[in-house]
Ligand binder design. Structure first.
Ligand code: N01
Length: 503
């Protein structure tokens, strides 16, 4: 259903008002909001073959969401048909596709179009965007590529010489049958703790390589009853009320994460009880007990991870990995463990995404260089000084560790769609966030960040950039972020009228 875009070899360029890059929850949401405003001069570039983003890509066994379904959906497209409290990946993917169909934005997509380079052209005051499916020029670019999209492959000696199946959790090879095989999983983050129980029964032996033990809480997951599903569908307000309840409960965690650790104590106790209840082996209990404050890394939820580790055919290996050989992993104590297949559940390039290397702003510098020098700084997660007419969704400091990213994305959509509307209405040629405004915003934000568990909780995490700053998460209540993104604030930007911008 993608647009018939000219073949790249013909070297023709497609001209469009707004280009959205990526079609996960964020990019798809942007397309829908633009369409709802009656705007038609936009396209969505998507490197995959369908919408869905991370929920299209992450198909590993056991993939599911750790935010309750009714909150993990667009407020404008509630889904009364969720079958369980925490949805599995296929159901979320089907939901996203159904929303794209309902709002008729599929034909605005160019699928299979991986962006190779986006360059601000000062002569035309437009973005020149080269993709694997042709070249584009756009007045405005909305980057919605997602923070968890570029797999982080571990730099372990010898891994390239491994002779068996090896793949990242986000690139699961479904042709590789792990039944009866000796398998290793490296990493114990959110992905791993879902994969381990899903494959533990079918493999002959499983080694789980843990560098840092995560905090794992019980998962209150269950199928909805027929009565509940009837109520979600037919009782006016029931779904919104349930959503509000989930939202409020989760939001209280912000106090513990950002202000007072006392609020996290009951949660930590629940996590310790979880270990004690589910693991009988004392030495395994010790190995899985984290050595940092709860909340410092993302809190995980699972009822079947600990029982899986407790199985006789599963070993939790905590000695560091020295090297991978053709058919084994050797740990630093010299032990060699033979394996047939290796799953690397080692996370993503978040603050150092390779996509940043292909975006070149006003002075020709790449976004990667700019972030490298100053850290991943932006303004309201939506703009970066030096990158005119480019807006970001899920940009710097918009991530969350406690509740639904869809809520944050909708806040950002309010802001970015209002920005595009303002540009149109006021006949503006270019907007660029003022450096002084961005600097002040980040100084304030990092001051608030300094008291949070993410900075003082005694852990290293993907929330921090190479400067040691948390440029990933929002350090407060999500309703505060909703407030500051309600409207586009043109006065925070340098703007040039269309008549004066180059054309
Ligand atoms: O990745 P991670 P993930 N040698 O970065 C280890 C979302 N998500 O894919 O902690 C050995 O969290 C690393 O060890 P350490 C969610 O936001 C959501 O699991 O750095 N080990 C860690 O254990 C989540 O936070 C859902 O010491 C190495 C693991 O690999 C985010 O995605 C499900 C290593 C990486 O954990 C990312 O989760 C899945 C090395 N060289 C994901 N390098 C749900 O909604 C890394 N590690 C449920």
């Amino acid at each position: 259903m993608s647009l018939p875009v000219t073949d790249k070899s013909a070297a023709a360029t497609t001209t469009v008002g707004t280009l959205i890059i990526g079609s996960g929850f964020a990019g798809l949401g942007a397309a829908i909001k633009l369409a709802q405003q009656g705007k038609t001069d936009f396209l969505v570039l998507e490197r995959g073959n369908d919408v869905g983003g991370t929920w299209r890509d992450n198909t590993y066994p056991g993939a599911a969401c750790d935010v309750p379904s009714h909150l993990y959906s667009y407020s404008f497209a509630l889904n009364p048909d969720w079958t369980r409290s925490f949805s599995k990946q296929p159901e979320i993917r089907a939901y996203i596709e159904s929303v794209a169909r309902k709002y008729k934005v599929y034909d605005k997509h160019v699928f299979g179009a991986a962006v190779e380079r986006a360059r601000w052209n000062a002569d035309t005051s437009r973005w020149d965007v080269d993709t694997t499916k042709g070249n584009f020029t756009a007045k405005i670019v909305v980057s919605a590529v997602g923070a968890l999209a570029e797999p982080n492959l571990p730099d372990i000696k010898g891994i390239e010489d491994f002779q068996g199946e090896v793949f990242h959790s986000a690139q699961w090879n479904h042709d590789a049958d792990l039944t009866g095989k000796r398998v290793a999983v490296i990493g114990t983050g959110a992905s791993s703790i879902q994969i381990v129980p899903a494959i533990a029964e079918k493999v002959s032996h499983l080694d789980v390589y843990q560098r840092t033990a995560p905090w794992v809480l019980p998962r209150a997951d269950r199928e909805y009853t027929k009565i509940e599903r009837f109520a979600f569908k037919h009782v006016p307000g029931f779904q919104r009320l349930s959503r509000a309840g989930i939202y409020a409960t989760r939001e209280t965690q912000v106090i513990g994460l950002t202000k007072s650790r006392m609020f996290m104590k009951p949660i930590e106790l629940a996590a310790r009880r979880h270990i004690a209840t589910l693991i009988k082996d004392k030495s395994l209990r010790e190995k899985v007990t984290p050595n940092f404050q709860i909340g410092c890394k993302r809190m995980l939820i699972s009822n079947n991870y600990y029982p899986a580790l407790d199985r006789p055919n599963v070993d939790l290996v905590t000695d560091g990995i020295a090297e991978v050989r053709a058919g084994s992993i050797v740990t630093k104590d010299g032990t060699e463990r033979p394996i047939d297949a290796l799953v690397v559940a080692t996370g993503f390039h978040v603050t150092d995404s390779p996509t940043f290397q292909g975006i070149f702003g006003k002075d020709g510098r790449s976004l990667a260089d700019v972030f490298d020098e100053r850290g991943q700084q932006g303004y309201k997660g939506a703009s970066v000084a030096g990158f005119p007419n480019m807006f970001f969704l899920v940009g710097p400091n918009t991530g969350l560790g406690h509740t639904s990213m869809v809520f944050m994305i909708e806040s950002q959509l309010n802001y970015v769609i209002d920005a595009i509307d303002t540009i149109d209405k006021h006949d503006i040629g270019t907007v660029e966030v003022r450096r002084d405004v961005q600097d002040q915003y980040n100084a304030d934000l990092q001051k608030r960040m300094s008291t949070t568990v993410w900075m003082n909780g005694g852990c290293a995490s993907w929330y921090l950039d190479k400067h040691g700053n948390n440029t990933t998460l929002w350090p407060g209540f999500t309703f505060d972020f909703r407030r500051i993104t309600k409207q586009f604030d043109l006065d925070a930007y340098d703007s040039v009228p269309t008549a004066d911008a180059s054309s």
